[in-house]
Design a protein around this ligand. Structure first.
Ligand code: CA2
Length: 146
């Protein structure tokens, strides 16, 4: 049976491609989701993409993933640096978790250097632009096939 990957994007990532292109690039979230869905298909995976500006809604998506998904690609946005609730939800998910940051959070302000989510992530990709989402999917395909 085809395995499903949840692609979760956190607060303000709905603005991708519309503001701050020098940091986050010119692709919109719709572009990213379309490219991810196409690659997932090539890799024999199904993609279910969601974005929310609300911490609890992201927790709810992670709970849904417990029932529906074999893996999660998550860019928690600023909640990476603050949210124990998202970490707790991911700790209750048994599949593969890949954390993605479009920018290199380690080259930015010190408050972005720590991510609570990294304590649960099976892999972390930062600073590869929106290509990071595609790299994460390739890693998931490898891990799920093993
Ligand atoms: O580099 C990343 O992907 C981040 O997760 C993005 C978050 C930031 O708080 C993290 O420290 C690093 C911010 C997302 C904001 O996205 C925007 C996109 C376009 C225009 C404005 C904001």
């Amino acid at each position: 049976m085809t395995k499903t990957v949840f692609l979760l994007n956190g607060p303000n990532l709905n603005l991708l491609g519309k503001r701050q292109p020098e940091i986050y690039g010119r692709e919109t979230l719709a572009d990213v989701e379309a490219a991810a869905a196409a690659l997932a298909g090539e890799l024999g995976l199904a993609l279910s993409a969601h974005q929310s500006n609300h911490e609890g809604a992201l927790v709810d998506f992670i709970h849904r993933a417990r029932e529906e998904a074999a893996a999660i690609v998550i860019n928690p946005g600023a909640y990476s640096h603050t949210s124990v609730a998202i970490l707790d939800a991911l700790n209750a998910f048994e599949g593969v978790v890949m954390e993605v940051h479009i920018s290199n959070i380690h080259r930015r302000e010190s408050f972005r250097h720590h991510s609570f989510v990294s304590a649960r992530a099976d892999g972390v990709i930062a600073g590869c632009g929106t290509a990071g989402y595609l790299l994460a999917l390739r890693r998931i395909a490898t891990l799920l096939s093993g």
